[in-house]
Design a protein around this ligand. Structure first.
Ligand SMILES: [Zn+2]
Length: 256
């Protein structure tokens, strides 16, 4: 099992990962609330050379599904730039949320926009690292909340080598049962490239995206252990910082 956590980009990501005993770390390459362009990381060489695996999470503003040009165009651009920055850190992928359309808009249009993202980039030689599409928790017009919608999305993007990131908090809060979830999603996507292993502050199908530590959340920790056992990809905790070391220790003990 390759296990780790999300770490801050603006300190010492590898040092922090080492302190946790992580095999894998996740980080941003820009302030996640901004449209900033990524700048070279001062510790890029060290991050790239480290035996700790790295994955990059893209910024939250990105919505490549959007029908609004003024949001979709910068989103496409940001995905390409952040994938390039991820490659410079030796990352194995860039996590991008599935995004959404508005409630008066057609889901199929958002799916087409995802397809166009890959199509257009293919003409430029593809993305610098694999794009890992993450399931999200909320909204009824989200591209990747309900697994039947993920099926339709995958029909459109699977050919381009899109990867998948399964977030357990988002699945739970989004109304997808965790029992047997690894098999269910793999039947749709054929792959799980990364797991975001989080408990939830909110109830099943609440639609809320609020992560919790494993001991404090509404998800039975045993269910989360079963997800870890069923998956063979890397696992990253995105739980509140104060409890991350304890969450890691719990998984090391119970997953083995
Ligand atoms: Zn996540």
């Amino acid at each position: 099992m390759r296990l780790g956590a999300h770490v801050r980009m603006d300190s010492d990501p590898i040092g922090f990962g080492e302190k946790l005993g992580a095999d894998v770390i996740q980080m941003f390459v820009v302030d996640p609330q901004s449209w900033d362009k990524p700048a070279p990381h001062p510790l890029a060489a060290e991050i790239k050379a480290s035996p700790i695996d790295v994955v990059v999470h893209s910024s939250y503003q990105i919505n490549v599904a959007s029908l609004n040009n003024r949001l979709r165009m910068p989103s496409r651009n940001a995905v390409a730039l952040q994938a390039q920055a991820a490659a410079e850190l030796g990352a194995f992928g860039l996590v991008v949320h599935g995004g959404h359309v508005r409630k008066d808009e057609e889901m199929v249009e958002g799916i087409l926009n995802w397809r166009k993202l890959f199509q257009r980039q293919e003409d430029k030689g593809g993305f610098a690292v694999p794009i890992l599409i993450e399931n999200t928790a909320g909204g009824n017009h989200a591209m990747a909340r309900h697994f039947d919608d993920i099926g339709r999305l995958w029909d459109a993007v699977g050919d381009f080598g899109a990867g998948f990131c399964l977030d357990t908090c988002h699945a739970w809060a989004g109304g997808e049962e965790l029992l047997g979830i690894v098999e269910r999603i793999k039947a749709i996507t054929g792959r799980i490239d990364l797991v975001h292993l989080n408990s939830s502050r909110d109830e099943f199908n609440s639609g809320a995206d609020r992560h919790a530590n494993l001991a404090d959340g509404t998800i039975d920790p045993q269910l989360l252990v079963e997800v870890c056992k069923a998956v063979d990809g890397p696992i990253v905790l995105e739980t509140p910082g104060d409890g991350v070391a304890e969450d890691l220790a719990y998984l090391r003990e119970h997953v083995g």
